[in-house]
Design a protein around this ligand. Structure first.
Ligand code: ATP
Length: 635
């Protein structure tokens, strides 16, 4: 298409098809993106980056996408940089000749490891010009560093990083240091990558559809295709080669399908507070209410080679943690020898086999995590299966929930206390739902999940939080409808009984558009004394910051300023009485009618740490707006 000839506006770096794409090119793009806040402008720059690479050295697109998203591979591979600030400081010291002590002092002043790396490079003279860095080379070096294991791996990692830093220009060093620490912060969320790739690979319009409107439709369709494919197969290594080969998003859906062994983004639910919300949504169809168990989400895959894999909500491979689940699955299948592969969705709950009662979420959390042996398991678990997404080579995502449930019930046999189906009942109106809610609470569940059984709302939508699944929690029916998952970004010293520990915390939601953590409340209730001691120790052991991060959205109100700032590294589930507009907090600021105010939680109370959520999966500013608007309309 004509637009595909557009050159890059942010750099004059070019290269030929017979060499590799220079890392300088990406560093220039990162610098421009860092200074850009408009999402449209960001998409434009990223599109130029991808297009230039596709047109010149298409093999560099895959490493480029991983570097832009600050990742090393698909989430379920679990490949992590494994380097902390100390590793970067040591490598910088060896590469530049500055002592670690001097570097640390400078870092305290500058506040950003990237700025420090850039500054050191500018002052450093080298005798010979080292070879210039390529996108592919930097990515490979990062992967090598991540794969190092064993006693000497930290030193080895430092050496690899030092090698990269010696070859890097000032700008390149800045982004290398940031990437290694997972702090690239160029405002690129995965959605931006999807839209930019879709723009590059959208099919060319037929000549009669070349109007702006025609192009928009084509781009939207291409982005929707790519999004749907990525949520079913979140592996760029599989998708990008197909895009490059087809030179288009056309044909992608057929070639990149749901695959056992690769976790699918889990379908998510919207909170509801009362019957009318549910009935309004499911007017035309029957719906099923299931107990909402209080455990951990588990997506269980059965591969054609007989292997079982268990993935968390976060696509982490939890198989080594649950050898008992692997065994239970094999028992649940034992009466059915026609099954060659499947993917099911379930909740794993701590369970007492003696009393046949479910145990608390805390008991489950206390279970050992790594390389667990069946004979050492102290907290038995039961799988409560509620959906099946794939069976014997066929995707069932588009099937109605009614048909999927029938398949689930037909395929597996239940084993009391090890593998059960969720307790469920089908309804066509509200009659009996309240009673079921009471039963669920008595059984130790959080409430009910309500799902359409047939019709347009009943397919399985990976990654999507839509109204096709509704969640209703008993203790929240009169309040805002859901708890919030927030990130502590600072704390206030305790007084009196709480002196010596933190007594209250500053919590933030995540604005995925601006990539900011925006404050939403000061939290001081719901903690035990033991929790306050251990959490104070945790943050004091290396998670306190000298300065707030540039991406913390905090108002100037003096009463909000915490005594210490935290690294954003935990997610805390928090409940509140309701939401209110506030001049002191910045959550969702500018997104509601009172543009100069943010939203704040009233009477917040700590519930628990969400270990299964990374910080950028915290409650978003969009969700806060939605909860606030729902609450207002009810009032
Ligand atoms: P969210 O991202 O929606 O906030 P969450 O992890 O905080 O998700 P909840 O909001 O409490 O979880 O509700 C959805 C979760 O409930 C699912 O992710 C799943 O782990 C759990 N769950 C328990 N029982 C069921 C069920 N019958 N059907 C679906 N999910 C269930």
């Amino acid at each position: 298409c004509e637009e595909k000839l557009v050159e890059c506006t942010f750099t004059n770096v070019t290269w030929q098809g017979n060499s590799r794409a220079p890392f300088r090119f990406l560093a220039d793009a990162f610098e421009t993106m860092e200074a850009t806040t408009s999402r449209l402008a960001l998409i434009k720059i990223l599109t130029q980056v991808f297009r230039k690479i596709v047109n010149t050295t298409p093999d560099d697109l895959l490493p480029c996408v991983y570097l832009c998203t600050n990742t090393l591979g698909p989430a379920h591979e679990g490949l992590e940089f494994k380097a902390g600030e100390a590793t970067v400081l040591n490598a910088l010291s060896s590469a530049t000749g500055n002592s670690v002590k001097v570097l640390k002092e400078r870092l305290t002043k500058l506040g950003d490891i990237g700025d420090l790396a850039a500054e050191c490079r500018t002052t450093q003279q080298t005798m010979f010009k080292p070879p210039s860095l390529t996108i592919h080379g930097v990515y490979q070096e990062f992967r090598t560093m991540a794969n190092l294991a064993g006693k000497l791996s930290t030193k080895e990692r430092e050496k690899h990083l030092q090698k990269l830093l010696v070859s890097a220009s000032s700008k390149e060093a800045k982004y290398i240091a940031r990437i290694v620490l997972g702090k690239l912060r160029i405002h690129i969320a995965y959605k931006t990558v999807i839209v930019a790739l879709a723009t590059v690979f959208a099919p060319c319009p037929k000549s009669d559809a070349k109007t702006t409107d025609g192009m928009d439709v084509i781009l939207k369709e291409a982005a929707a295709t790519l999004n749907a494919v990525y949520s079913q197969l979140p592996v760029w290594d599989r998708i990008i080669p197909v895009l490059i080969q087809n030179k288009s998003t056309e044909g992608l859906e057929e070639q990149c399908r749901l695959t056992p062994g690769v976790p699918v983004g889990p379908m998510l639910a919207k909170p509801v507070k009362e019957a009318s919300d549910v009935l309004e949504r499911f007017q035309e169809c029957s719906f099923v209410c299931e107990y909402k168990y209080d455990g951990m989400r588990a997506q269980i895959h059965y591969l054609t080679d007989g292997n079982v894999k268990i993935f968390s909500r976060n696509a982490e491979d939890d198989t080594p943690k649950y050898p008992d689940i692997v065994e239970s699955i094999k028992f649940a299948l034992s009466k059915n020898n026609t099954v060659t592969s499947f993917i099911i969705d379930s909740e794993v709950v701590a369970y007492d086999p003696e009393t046949n009662a479910m145990k608390s979420f805390q008991e489950l959390q206390g279970r050992a995590r790594k390389e667990v042996k069946i004979e050492d398991i102290k907290v038995p678990v039961c799988i409560f299966a509620f959906d099946i997404l794939f069976l014997n080579g066929e995707s069932l995502l588009k099937w109605s929930l009614k048909d999927r449930r029938e398949k689930l019930f037909d395929t597996f046999s239940t084993i009391q206390g090890k593998f059960q189906f969720t307790t469920s009942k089908v309804f066509t109106d509200w009659e009996g739902v309240d009673e079921m809610m009471d039963e669920a609470i008595k059984a130790g569940c959080e409430g009910l999940m309500i799902k359409a059984l047939t019709g347009e709302y009943s397919s399985y939508e990976p990654c999507n939080r839509s109204q096709n699944w509704l969640k209703m929690k008993k203790d929240y029916m009169n309040s805002i409808g859901d708890s919030l998952d927030l990130v502590p970004i600072g704390a206030y010293y305790g007084r009196g009984k709480r002196s010596g520990v933190f007594g209250a915390f500053l919590l933030a939601c995540y604005n995925s558009e601006t990539e900011e953590f925006q404050t939403v409340c000061k939290l001081g209730t719901g903690f035990s004394d033991e929790f306050l001691s251990s959490i104070t120790k945790f943050y004091k052991d290396g998670h306190i910051l000298a300065e707030p991060k540039p991406y913390y959205g905090v108002s100037d109100t003096p009463a909000i300023r915490p005594d210490v700032w935290f690294e954003p590294c935990q997610v805390w589930e928090t409940r509140c009485a309701d939401l209110t507009m506030s001049p002191s907090h910045t959550a969702a600021k500018g997104m509601l009618s009172e543009e100069d105010k943010g939203v704040a939680l009233r009477f917040p109370r700590f519930i628990r740490i969400r270990e299964d959520k990374p910080v950028d999966d915290a409650t978003t500013a969009d969700q806060i707006v939605e909860l606030y608007c729902n609450q207002k309309s009810k009032m």
